[in-house]
Design a protein around this ligand. Sequence first.
Ligand code: ZN
Length: 237
Amino acid sequence: MSYKIIWKGNSNTNKSTRRGHAPHMIVNHITEGSAKSTISWFTSSGNTVSSAHFLVTKSGEIYQFVKIEDNAWANGVSADNRKFATASIVKEKGVNPNWYSVSIEHEGIYRMTRGKLTDKQLKATIWLHRYIIDYVEKKWNIEIPIDRKHILGHYEIDPRRKPNCPGEKYPFDQVIQVLNNKETFTDIKGHWAEQYINQVALQGIMSGYPNGDFKPDEKVSRAELATVIARLLNKEV
Ligand SMILES: [Zn+2]
């Protein structure tokens, strides 16, 4: 599935140059408000403090406010606060994290979702991560490694002020797993149930075989069915 990125940035949107730095990490955020209010805030003349490159809504739409070439005002921390960062890359780089990051806002309110995404939002943000990685590789010839050191949450950069951004239920592992595999399984392309198999795999309900197969037409044993039901029972929806 492909997505259309909808440009929403305007002359009020906060941005600056990367001061010669290139993107080296993707930072994930939660909006703490509706997509509508985020769009309004990131395009308002009254906002002189913040912005982000992208916004992924609960229904899976992707909006862009700042070009990847430019610096969004999403996760800047002063030199004083940088020492509290738990992300090793922040310590290694030693400059404003905005200069070398691409930021994605996710529509949601922490006390309601704890950072959990809707299915559509998860699929869209995975696609967007891939898009950003490909874009950076083409433009700067830099490959952002697909791991937790380079795909981060705001809380790892600014733990004192943003401990709940994007929230402990943000699916970092799923995002990274799918990006690394590119496809969930090796033997489901074109199968009539491909999209359903991807859905249960992304949600952690069913897994495949160690060699990357799913074996879509294999019989299910009672033990496997019990595992699936137990995972469903343990799931918060
Ligand atoms: Zn944030």
